[in-house]
Design a protein around this ligand. Structure first.
Ligand SMILES: NC(=O)c1ccc[n+]([C@@H]2O[C@H](COP(=O)([O-])OP(=O)(O)OC[C@H]3O[C@@H](n4cnc5c(N)ncnc54)[C@H](OP(=O)(O)O)[C@@H]3O)[C@@H](O)[C@H]2O)c1
Length: 278
């Protein structure tokens, strides 16, 4: 496989490392590719560059995993709509023989479901510019020139992403008031594992959700981490809850396609993270 990972960061690098063996070539495209490990071939380019086609390698598979530089509509439009549109056009311009184009999306496209379950059959209903613009990126890929696959990831955690652990340790992580707010997550190993699975599987479907088996209330996760870290139990927040995305995402479709999770829930994932760092 000749794989181009466009936006080769936290997840993209983990994915690229899986395609280092014989018969594969993998390019990691980003603006600052200096830190990418072998065997990923660093490709310095800006996805928004009008001359992007001049920099493209002869890829036959593409994973688009760029993220926004800031949490505002302009940055989201640049990363999820303009960047992917420019890349699709550049690939057409060079006549790249792309057999599969995977777009890494987000469960934010579903917005709020009042704590109910959502799956790939649930119509997207974003509540913010984040979900709206990511959804627009999905549409560009699915209506684009190559066979497209969408992977909607939950919150990504794993080695090096330790902010939540630090917030629990310091007592800053507080339980939202008034009952459960569900959250959905995926370990980096499984995010990359699912992408590798979708790259190599014959005739995948168009849309998958990538989350682990166990949606959990934020408070349950905080309490589990507090125990794991021997930190004080999290206090309850006194202000109003700010969550507008209370939903439980189902991973039934990706499981049914034959993917086996390394970290089926936050418990296994965080235990491994804490064990590795101690
Ligand atoms: N983080 C989460 O919890 C979460 C949840 C759901 C979905 N996702 C999605 O999952 C995907 C992967 O996330 P991640 O955590 O691996 O992101 P990440 O570590 O931030 O990596 C994204 C990479 O994109 C590159 N990039 C951004 N703009 C670019 C541009 N204009 N041209 C070229 N490269 C560009 C950045 O590198 P340079 O700065 O060097 O260019 C960065 O390394 C993203 O699409 C993200 O939105 C994330």
């Amino acid at each position: 496989m000749r794989l181009l990972i466009a936006g080769c960061g936290y997840v993209g690098t983990e994915l690229g490392l899986r395609f280092g063996g014989p018969g594969h070539q993998v390019w990691g495209l980003r603006r600052e590719p200096g830190s990418l490990p072998k065997p990923i071939l660093p490709l310095a380019a800006d996805l928004l560059d009008p001359k992007l086609s001049e920099r493209l390698p002869p890829a036959d598979h593409v994973v688009y995993a760029a993220s926004a530089d800031a949490s505002d509509p302009d940055a989201y439009r640049a990363a999820y709509v303009d960047g992917v549109t420019n890349l699709l056009e550049a690939l057409v311009e060079v006549g790249a023989p792309v057999e599969r184009f995977i777009f890494v999306s987000s469960t934010a496209v579903y917005g709020d479901a009042a704590g109910g379950w959502v799956d790939e059959g649930t119509p997207p209903s974003p509540e913010s510019f984040r979900g709206e613009l990511v959804l627009e990126g999905e549409r560009r890929v699915l209506s684009g020139p190559f066979p497209g696959v969408i992977l909607r990831l939950g919150g990504i955690y794993g080695p090096g992403r330790t902010r939540l652990l630090e917030r629990v340790r310091s007592g800053e992580a507080r339980c939202p008031p008034g009952g459960s707010i569900w959250s959905n997550r995926i370990h980096r190993t499984d995010a990359a594992g699912i992408l590798a699975h979708l790259l190599t599987r014959e005739a995948p479907g168009e849309v998958y959700i990538g989350v682990d088996d166990e949606p959990a209330s934020r408070c349950e996760v905080y309490r589990f981490l507090a125990e794991l870290l021997d930190a004080p139990s999290p206090k309850e927040d006194t202000g109003a809850t700010s969550s507008r995305s209370n939903k439980r995402c189902s991973n039934r479709r990706i499981r049914a396609s034959g993917y086996h999770f390394s970290f089926p829930s936050f418990r296994e994932g965080y235990r491994a993270m804490v064990a590795e760092s101690s």
